[in-house]
Design a protein around this ligand. Structure first.
Ligand code: FES
Length: 144
């Protein structure tokens, strides 16, 4: 015959370990996306350049694209003069838009405005847009 008090104690220990393990797995699953968001990406300097057809960036127009998973924009402000920027507003991170009539970028969230050089023209953004390196290779605009 078994002692019921020992059996109950073993069950409690087993359930404690089981619940602790389940809690640990749930905590890790919840923390992983936060860690991925906050952790700096490694080896960013080795990332490949993004190639865009020159014809996709007409004079005085902007072309939005994804630069290593983040919104970016390339602009031809003057004939043959291309510039590229992160399209993420430096205020709170909204994605900027191009306003061809004004020849400037506008952040739709709080009306931040940026020049064709990425400089702040108005609104709350504290810093200019992050500029991305640009090179020309034949009919390609290389960003990165
Ligand atoms: S997020 Fe762009 S102005 Fe606020």
């Amino acid at each position: 015959m078994t002692d019921p008090s020992i059996n109950l104690s073993e069950r409690r220990t087993f359930l404690g370990i089981l619940l602790g393990g389940v809690g640990l797995v749930i905590s890790a699953a919840a923390a992983w996306p936060v860690w991925r968001f906050l952790a700096p990406s490694s080896g960013e300097g080795n990332l490949a350049k993004v190639s865009i057809q020159r014809a996709e960036v007409p004079l005085e127009q902007a072309h939005f694209f994804s630069f290593h998973g983040k919104p970016a924009v390339v602009l031809q402000a003057a004939p043959g003069k291309f510039a590229a920027f992160s399209a993420v507003c430096t205020h709170l991170g909204c994605v900027i838009k191009w306003v061809p009539e004004e020849q400037e970028f506008l952040c739709p969230c709080h009306a931040g405005r940026f020049s064709v050089e990425g400089k702040v023209l108005g609104g709350p953004p504290p810093e200019p847009l992050e500029e991305l390196p640009v090179a020309l290779d034949g009919d390609q605009v290389l960003v990165g």
